[in-house]
Design a protein around this ligand. Structure first.
Ligand code: NAP
Length: 507
């Protein structure tokens, strides 16, 4: 990760921002089976820090074009599946190298299209590079025959085969890392894909699609298909030639995809596989003997980094009664020092939320929350043209409150008092979600119990609950947080493969 306190790095990202700005308003094509396609209906992505600025103009796919994309990607699948694993791995490493070479430019696109601050953008791009490097090596591990028990008189083998056509549906909040991770995992394992980017951040995805071509991925190995999820999503998911769907996004859309994919269509020959990573309502427990200052810093950055728009963001702080007042007082003071404004200005800790609609929803939640608990700080829009929201803390929130149970996806933190550790653990697990969680504690027995009983896919002890690192913290959640695919972990590529067992005897 680039350190932006180093003058050379600052100069590099400033130059990249200038270059990216000069490309604002450029029009991007759909890529379908090697053809560049234009439509009459366009999608405009805007800069959430300055909504009058159009970042990119994109074609809006129609159901007919979506169907064409699946068909042409399906037609190329046998050829791509037959290429050597080594050659696919080499292309992926070339993509990683290109991402490294254009890192500041990608940072700048993320700043302008997703409203990420410089360090948040840099983390997103770094994660994208890590995914490429990690899955390339994972593919080498899974290439060729896998070790199995040898029966006397037989040659026994197990090898992995790709599945077919995958539909890649990412969210906007990690507009590079998530689209890259899901796409390259599918491609390096020998599948062909249709990429349906988020309508909020299609330019970042279009830049990545161009990079895939530059890295040597064949034009027909993937289709790039921006368009409204509600207009083309159902067709892509239910198409009989679709073999799997890799989705990351909200619980609502994930469940719909899961349901639709389960319905067998005429002509369909397989059970579709759905990898769905969904929402979170992540809690940090602050134990009675915790280092309160460390806990405040951990909660602050987890709750308000990228405006709370991370599936891993802390939206519930559950604090032992012994340190509750002290914690709240310190957290309030620190939160009030956070700066909110355009994300291209590095003096701002927080940028805008993604859209006017998102801001509306968040402000409605703040209104509801202010009745359910006690508004401590924030509580409304922040000044400026962009979609700015003040970091908001609502204290004394009961576990039945909507703001305790529902994912808000914005800079809103509910703080709840726990009678003791037992109660804190019970509150933390009182959720339909189970993505990330953290505990700040110095009590070895409490930490042991959290390791056993805190029901989340990613648990952190004495640190923030965001910022999973590929390879170190395989990522994915329990219950309504999704299928626990553990992106960036050793089990991930298996989701894009099927195993064939071969037993051979002499004829
Ligand atoms: P979203 O509204 O569910 O959208 C996700 C993607 O689904 C977008 O590309 C969207 O396209 C598409 N889509 C919408 N309707 C569809 C349909 N009927 N069929 C197929 N695709 C459809 O989520 P979001 O607002 O982009 O992202 C925020 C959510 O993602 C939060 O809930 C967050 O917790 C979750 N998330 C989870 C993880 C994780 O790893 N668990 C990571 C990041 C984010 P359009 O943009 O065109 O509508």
């Amino acid at each position: 990760m680039a350190d932006f306190s180093v003058p050379a790095n600052r100069r590099a990202i400033e130059a990249a921002l200038q270059k990216v700005r000069s490309e604002f308003g450029h029009e991007y094509d759909l890529l379908i089976g090697g053809d560049r396609v234009k439509t009459t209906d366009k999608l405009r992505s805007i800069n959430p820090s300055r909504p009058s600025e159009v970042v990119g103009i994109h074609q809006k796919a129609t159901p007919e074009l979506a169907s064409r994309a699946v068909e042409s990607t399906y037609a190329y699948f046998p050829e791509w599946a037959a290429t050597s694993q080594e050659s696919r791995v080499r292309k992926l490493l070339a993509a990683a190298q290109l991402l490294r070479e254009h890192k500041y430019e990608f940072d700048a696109w993320l700043v302008c299209e997703a409203g990420k601050t410089w360090p948040e953008a840099e983390a997103d791009v770094s994660e994208a590079i890590d995914f490429c490097e990690y899955y390339a090596r994972e593919m080498l591990r899974l290439s060729g025959p896998q070790p199995v028990v040898q029966m006397p008189g037989e040659r026994d083998e197990l090898r992995y085969l790709p599945l077919g056509v995958g539909i890649i549906i990412p969210p906007w909040n990690f507009p590079l890392a998530i689209v890259v991770g899901m796409t390259v995992a599918a491609l390096v394992t020998g599948n062909t894909v249709v990429i349906k980017p988020s309508s909020e951040t299609p330019t970042v995805a279009a830049k990545f699609a161009e990079l895939l071509l530059e890295a040597g991925f064949p034009t027909r190995s993937f289709s790039f298909l921006p368009g409204s999820g509600s207009a083309v999503g159902d067709l892509l998911v239910s198409h009989p030639k679709t073999r799997f769907i890799a989705f990351t996004g909200s619980r609502e859309v994930g469940l719909r995809i899961n349901e639709l994919a389960a319905k067998t269509q005429p002509g369909q020959k397989w059970i579709k596989r759905v990898v769905a990573e969904m929402g979170g309502k992540d809690a940090i427990i602050v134990d009675g003997d915790a280092d309160v200052d460390k806990a405040v810093d951990g909660v602050l950055v987890s709750a308000f980094g990228y405006q709370g728009q991370k599936c891993s963001a802390c939206s519930r702080a559950i604090v032992d009664a012994r340190v509750y007042d002290q914690f709240l007082d310190k957290l309030k003071k620190k939160t009030e020092t956070l700066t909110v404004g355009p994300s291209d200005d590095p003096s701002n800790f927080m940028g805008p939320v993604i859209s006017e609609n998102a801001r509306k929803t968040i402000l409605q939640y703040i209104e509801v929350g202010s009745k359910e608990g006690k508004a401590v700080t924030g509580g409304g829009a922040a000044p400026g043209d962009g979609f700015f929201v003040k970091p908001t803390i609502i204290a004394d929130v009961d576990s039945t409150a909507r703001i305790f149970q529902e994912e808000i996806f914005g800079p809103v933190l509910a703080v709840t008092k726990a009678r003791n550790f037992e109660h804190a653990l019970e509150l933390a697990n009182d959720s339909q979600y189970g993505l990330t969680g953290a505990i700040f504690s110095n009590d070895a027995e409490h930490i042991r119990r959290a390791r056993e009983e805190f029901f989340v896919g990613n648990l952190y002890v004495n640190r923030k609950c965001t910022g999973a690192i590929v390879g170190a913290h395989p990522f994915g959640g329990f219950n309504m947080s999704g299928t626990d695919s553990k992106a960036g972990g050793p089990d991930y590529l298996l989701l894009f493969l099927q195993a064939k067992s071969i037993a051979e005897r002499a004829g």
